[in-house]
Design a protein around this ligand. Structure first.
Ligand code: C2O
Ligand code: CU
Ligand code: CU
Length: 413
């Protein structure tokens, strides 16, 4: 429905079953009916209200990842919807068009909740976007990639080694195939895996990268491999019009197939990929520089995640940020066991300035809200904190890490 709050969506959070493996019903957590919530299509400048009703017996909440939203609607990890309760989140959509997603953020249980299915797409269409004539409508397709592990009964295994989550899912299915017409498609790829770096290829076929976490890039970038770490997004255009009907193209992680495209029909195509998409915003000079080091405390009987040497404490403000300022954060992978992290900042999207002092990688291009920080690495990012005040978290987006404390809190004042 639609009113002064904008478009309103009502979504129960509930236990459900879904067919993920062929012919098998798997128990999942669902936004609405199944594994993965409905794709919300919003317009820049037009508000949306999402109303969630928690029918589970555990607290949940919902965070709009990449959303520039007031603190009361951010889904702060301690701001929960109790069992039997419901909650409205208001999203102003006062930001550029972008591929965002929404997911559970209940502190300590976010990793399990997201793994079991509390994730969905939230797309914002920019005001200026239709004029670009990129593939649209049925040719603009969100694809959620993630990994999972299943037991012999086809149930999800959460309490296990994340490295053993070797079953890859595309939109909640194992190696599905997608019939396509011989024309251009826009795919909005999301890595919704809790702890995974996807290295994607189409068997050497060109993918034209047009967007990242924060929307369209300044210009298209043709690639044959795409690196997507946990919670990162990549918008790409693939031109199946270059391939005869009958061609099969397989999207793979290295050599492991994830999703197959079958070219099944001829098609007229008036879409295009313009040479210029959308310029980067200009950032004012930074007034503040900070270090953010992610590591573990492995001295106890179970590991504790740390940011700047301390585990997350909801009652502690780690950084006070003045509204209107631009800051540079140097994010450091400081653990001693050589594992990947991805750093995610709520509220603001950022520009990646450099990696270990060297120029950023191709996957760092455009506005970002999540960045891969490999073992031993450091990444400098720059963000401007505008309008909204209050407490927001930043954390490693390996959700098993944030859930054990690898998270900090800033207060915009
Ligand atoms: Cu995608 Cu704090 O989260
Ligand atoms: Cu987020
Ligand atoms: Cu981490």
């Amino acid at each position: 429905s639609s009113g002064p709050a904008g478009d309103v969506y009502r979504i129960p959070v509930r236990a459900a079953t879904a067919e993920i493996l062929p012919g098998v019903r798997t128990q999942v957590l669902g936004y609405g009916g199944g594994f993965g919530g409905p794709t919300i299509r919003a317009r820049a400048g037009r508000p949306v209200r999402m109303v969630y009703e928690n029918t589970l017996d555990a607290p949940v909440n919902v965070h709009l990842h990449g959303g520039h939203v007031p603190a009361a609607s951010d889904g702060h990890p301690m701001d929960l919807i109790q069992p039997g309760g419901s909650r409205a989140y208001d999203y102003p959509n006062t930001q550029r068009g972008a591929t965002l997603w929404y997911h559970d953020h209940s502190h300590g249980t976010e990793a399990e909740h997201v793994y079991r299915g509390l994730h969905g797409f939230y797309l914002i269409e920019g005001e200026d976007e239709a004029a670009l004539r990129l593939p649209a409508g049925p040719y603009d397709v969100p694809i959620m990639l993630r990994d999972s592990a299943f037991d012999a009964n086809g149930e999800l295994i959460f309490f296990g080694d994340p490295a053993e989550r070797s079953t890859f899912l595309a939109n909640g299915k194992v190696q599905p195939y997608f019939p396509v017409a011989a024309r251009k498609y826009r795919f909005r790829l999301l890595n919704a895996g809790n702890e995974r770096v996807f290295r994607l290829n189409l068997g050497g076929v060109e993918m034209i990268r047009i967007g990242s976490d924060g929307g369209l890039l300044p210009a298209p970038v043709p690639v044959t491999e795409l690196v997507l770490a946990s919670a990162e997004r990549a918008d790409i255009v693939v031109d199946f019009g270059r391939h005869p009907v009958g061609t099969r193209l397989v999207l793979s992680d290295g050599t492991t197939p994830v999703l197959r495209f079958d070219v099944v029909a001829q098609a007229r195509d008036t879409s295009r990929v313009p040479d210029r998409l959308r310029p980067m915003p200009s950032f004012p000079a930074a007034a503040v520089e900070r270090d953010v080091a992610m590591s573990f405390d492995l001295s106890g009987s179970f590991p504790v995640g740390l940011v700047n040497g301390r585990p997350y404490d909801p009652d502690r403000v780690d950084f006070q940020v003045k509204r209107g300022t631009t800051e540079i954060w140097r994010v450091i992978n400081a653990d001693t066991i050589g594992i990947d992290h991805t750093f995610h900042m709520h509220l603001a999207q950022f520009e990646v300035l450099d990696r270990d002092g060297a120029p950023p990688l191709p996957q760092d291009a455009g506005l970002k809200d999540t960045v891969h920080v490999p073992p031993g690495g450091s990444v400098r990012v720059r963000a401007t904190f505008t309008d909204h005040l209050g407490r927001y978290v930043y954390h490693c987006h390996y959700l098993e890490h944030s859930s054990i404390g690898m998270m900090g809190q800033m207060e915009v004042i």
